[in-house]
Ligand binder design. Structure first.
Ligand code: SF4
Length: 227
């Protein structure tokens, strides 16, 4: 069975989270199980706006491996969409990338329990549980079993996309409920000006709560303030 791939690209910089600024190859997998209102990759799932069939490459694991290894970057970021929808086809790929001295990070929305083989193969998980501001109902965006499995692996960071200070209490409730750590917060913004503005709004409270703050480097590097 093939992997459903939206795009493979790089080298570029990891734009978010603990590895921000590191050179990386990106594997963006197609399809998602959520429908966040502010999603910045709707081409992976939104059939009302995109023709997914024409935007999806069906590739074998070895074809994907070959393209990723052709990117001269030490880090491979597997993102989506929601990559764990295809997790059975990622175990071999993660093992092979590691065997070829690539560090692998998986970005997930934290709603799917990872299989043990993938949890063993991947040492860095960027888990982004969605908040109420995503527009997705709680029961769909929060899966306690998946969050606990990822948290107890001690291989995950929890990276929350926030629209502003009012979202921080929502993060704190999830932190308290599931003991999530470490926590990163990152602005939901699509222009350099907005990224900076939201970071300034949330910085002090983020510090006070003992969390980490992430920028969105790829947006800062784009000249998108004209939007
Ligand atoms: Fe988009 Fe991620 Fe939400 Fe899926 S989980 S809809 S990819 S923001």
């Amino acid at each position: 069975m093939n992997l459903l791939v939206t795009e493979i690209f790089g080298p570029t910089f990891q734009g978010e989270g603990p590895s921000t600024g590191q050179q990386a190859a990106f594997l963006r997998l197609s399809r998602c199980n959520l429908t966040c209102t502010w999603c910045d990759t709707p081409e992976t799932w939104d059939t009302s706006r995109f023709d997914l069939a024409s935007m999806t490459r069906r590739m074998t694991e070895s074809e994907v491996l070959h393209e990723l290894l052709a990117v001269p970057a030490p880090l491979v970021v597997v993102t989506g969409g929601e990559p764990l929808l295809q997790q059975d086809r990622l175990v071999w790929l993660a093992d092979m990338l590691r065997a070829n001295e690539r560090r692998v990070e998986i970005e997930t929305n934290g709603t799917i329990v990872p299989v043990s083989g993938l949890l063993a193969a991947v040492k860095h998980w960027n888990v982004s549980p969605k908040l109420a501001s995503s527009g997705v109902p709680y029961g769909k965006r929060i899966n306690p079993e998946a969050l606990r499995a990822l948290n107890s692996s001690h291989r995950a960071v929890f990276k929350f996309v926030v629209e502003g200070p009012t979202d921080l209490e929502d993060v704190a409730e999830l932190e308290a409920e599931y003991g999530l750590a470490p926590i990163w917060v990152m602005p939901q913004a699509t222009t350099p000006t907005a990224v900076t503005a939201v970071m300034r709004e949330i910085a002090n409270e983020t510090l006070t709560r003992g969390w980490n703050l992430s920028t969105r480097l790829h947006i800062l590097l784009e000249d998108t303030d004209v939007r």
